[in-house]
Ligand binder design. Structure first.
Ligand code: ATP
Ligand code: MG
Length: 634
């Protein structure tokens, strides 16, 4: 009671029934969930009967360890994670009842795209058409359909009208993709959620069994769930509706991935008898920062009448800093960081946020020069880089020799093996003629055995010999290295990543665990930072705004706040995308506790126009001298 306000306390002490907590940024939504977990455990509920769903696994881990600090070790035993990681755990455990082969492989987004591409080539689809959607677009259409419940023709009609004539082919390819995954025991991200939902809705004895072990369900950041996820929530609460969701409609920033903030608004209809708790007071920021945030939000087209307020005092006014160019912007930030550190603000209490991951490239160099350690979150992931995918392909085949997508990838690395002969070898895999589980004798007749005997040997060993993941990774690496040098001109830059990869393997006992883990949530976000993270305990955070949600820092810098960068040019397309981008600005601003610096370079370079003069982001149009100081850094 001493540490919560009245509404928070009401939520924390609640037991049965549906609850919706809808409240502004920094009002203690996440904190409320943490306290509720601790409180439920303290009241004697079985920890494993509490399910806490969060947007990232890291968020879940942090919330659990905070609950642990509040109460005791029992809080570490609750079930916490993302929808995807939870689905994975359940489907592995109940594979049979859910109609799945055991040991299924998970396709991450780029794997899924590769499969779609492979099928497209195999089926000779769209080859003569002048314009046929790219694999990324195709996959996006399929995924949106699953996540939003919209039909493919609607999505194509609305968002890709140029491909309406290809509808039949697009749909056919989707069906082939579905069939392909079924045959090869593959699940993509969306399948994880779909299969979980269907398994639960079936209410088989196994499903009932599971549902009986789950007493309380809680979901953070509910504004960024999609329709499919809201169905999972419904499925999870069929036997008991002890469900609490928390969120803020003003912070919905994942519509581009199918999230629907209406989920949160419609929650009371979905769960009759919902008690709605509003948290009004902000505990995170100073009033000056909140005034700034309120001004950003007031200009929104879809208006909400929430105004953030706090008793934290007014604090320093946010600063809008103009620098002559990109590099001077970086220098300002470096200097300010050094100054603040001098004043006693630890590095980990500061963050630099940006709309797009590449905005920070110049800054990263300046930080390195100044010896300021940092980690970077969001953007291109380590695990998505081509050479890491290559190495992974070996391990995937080791675990699942019929994973032909990975097989295909490995084959194409070899000089002299083109799509055609690779396809021939793949056909032998699919037809069962080539099988790593069979003896060398039987495989002796296959094309792969004859053409690439060394590769054969390595794969055979990887699949059959009992070794730890790191031992296998080393075997694969040894074989891969010459191919690596051959395939990448910039191998110097990439080489270090391979060592990092081996390092990561070291943490795992089984290959399955390792592959699942990196498919579901890559363990590292950026290569260069892995070591920094491990031997530095103090570091600055660089993050995309998308990856910063729910977090907070003493000092926040938002960089490149220029029209065309933030909002990005692509956001100009529609009011919806522009408004989503505005909410993104709102999310960024509300991360700051004490200091907010919004920075931009006056001159920018574009390839088309050369040097041009930038224009401050339209999202700051409403900001007057009452709400921010203007600095020029020269
Ligand atoms: P977001 O919308 O950004 O996810 P949130 O609503 O989840 O924010 P929290 O992160 O839970 O907010 O809380 C913001 C900050 O305010 C945290 O540092 C939290 O510890 C603090 N806080 C919340 N409620 C209280 C309270 N009653 N007393 C003191 N501090 C509080
Ligand atoms: Mg939160």
């Amino acid at each position: 009671m001493a540490e919560l306000n009245q509404s928070q306390f009401e939520a924390v002490s609640s037991l049965e029934g549906p609850y919706l907590i809808i409240a502004g940024a920094g009002s203690g939504k996440t904190r409320t969930l943490v306290y509720r977990v601790a409180r439920l455990v303290e009241s004697g509920y079985e920890p494993s009967s509490i399910l806490l769903l969060t947007f990232t696994r890291k968020a879940a881990r942090e919330m659990m360890s905070r609950a642990e600090l509040l109460l005791d070790k029992r809080c570490a035993k609750i079930q916490g994670g993302t929808f995807h990681s939870f689905a994975n755990v359940i489907l592995r455990k109940y594979a049979k009842a859910a109609g799945l082969g055991h040991n299924f492989t998970i396709l991450d987004q780029s794997d899924s795209e590769d499969v779609v591409n492979l099928l497209r080539t195999q089926l000779k689809l769209g080859s003569e058409a002048k314009r046929f959607p790219k694999k990324e677009t195709l996959f996006k259409i399929y995924s949106l359909a699953v996540n939003t419940g919209r039909e493919i023709p609607d999505i194509v009609g609305d968002e890709y009208p140029q491909f309406v004539n290809d509808l039949e082919t697009i749909t056919f390819l989707r069906d082939s993709y579905t069939e392909y995954k079924r045959q090869n025991n593959l699940l993509d991200y969306d399948d994880l959620i779909v299969k979980l939902r269907d398994f639960l809705f079936d209410l088989s004895p196994a499903a009932k069994n599971l549902l009986n072990t789950i007493n309380f369900v809680m979901v953070d950041e509910y504004q960024d769930t999609n329709k499919l996820q809201s169905q999972v929530v419904a499925a999870l609460t069929q036997l008991r509706d002890n469900i609490m969701v928390v969120g803020d409609d003003q912070q919905s920033i994942y519509a581009f991935r199918g999230a629907d903030y209406k989920n949160i608004l419609q929650f009371p209809d979905q769960f009759p008898g919902t008690r709605i708790i509003k948290l009004e007071e902000n505990y995170r920021s100073t009033q000056s920062i909140l005034n700034f945030a309120n001004r950003v939000q007031e200009a929104a087209i879809f208006k909400f009448d929430k105004q953030l307020y706090t008793q934290n005092g007014s604090g320093d006014v946010p600063v809008i800093v103009a620098a002559p160019n990109d590099n001077m912007q970086s220098k300002f930030i470096v200097n300010k960081i050094l100054e603040l550190r001098e004043e006693g603000v630890p590095l980990e209490d500061m963050a630099v946020l940006f709309r797009s991951s590449y905005f920070s490239f110049d800054l990263e160099i300046e930080l390195a020069k100044a010896n300021i350690p940092y980690i970077k979150v969001g953007g291109i992931k380590f695990i998505e880089s081509a050479h890491i995918k290559d190495l992974l392909a070996f391990l995937r085949v080791a675990l699942n020799p019929t994973d032909v997508v990975s097989f295909y990838r490995i084959l194409l690395l070899h000089g002299g093996i083109g799509p055609k002969s690779a396809q021939k070898m793949i056909d032998e895999v699919t037809s069962g003629k080539f099988d790593l589980s069979k003896s060398e004798m039987i495989n002796g007749e296959t094309t792969l055995y004859k053409k690439l005997p060394e590769l054969y040997e390595v794969l055979y060993r990887l699949h059959n010999k009992k070794e730890t993941p790191v031992e296998k990774a080393q075997v694969a690496l040894e074989y891969y290295l010459p191919l690596f040098f051959e395939n990448y001109d910039d191998y110097n830059k990439r080489r270090k990543d391979l060592d990092v990869f081996i390092n990561i393997c070291q943490k795992y006992d089984t290959l399955e665990e390792f592959l699942t883990d990196i498919a579901i949530e890559p363990p590292v976000d950026s290569v260069t930072d892995v070591e920094e993270e491990s031997d530095q305990d103090e570091y600055l955070t660089l993050s995309t705004i998308h990856s910063a949600k729910g977090l907070e820092w003493h000092t926040v810098f938002i960089i490149n706040v220029i029209d065309g960068f933030f909002p990005s040019v692509r956001a100009f397309e529609s009011i919806e995308t522009l408004e989503e981008e505005r909410r993104l600005m709102y999310v960024a601003v509300t991360r700051a506790k004490r200091n907010l610096f919004v920075t931009y370079p006056i001159r920018i370079f574009s390839r088309e126009e050369g040097m041009t003069i930038s224009k401050l982001s339209r999202f700051l149009n409403n900001i007057t001298t009452d709400h921010a100081e203007g600095w020029l850094y020269e």
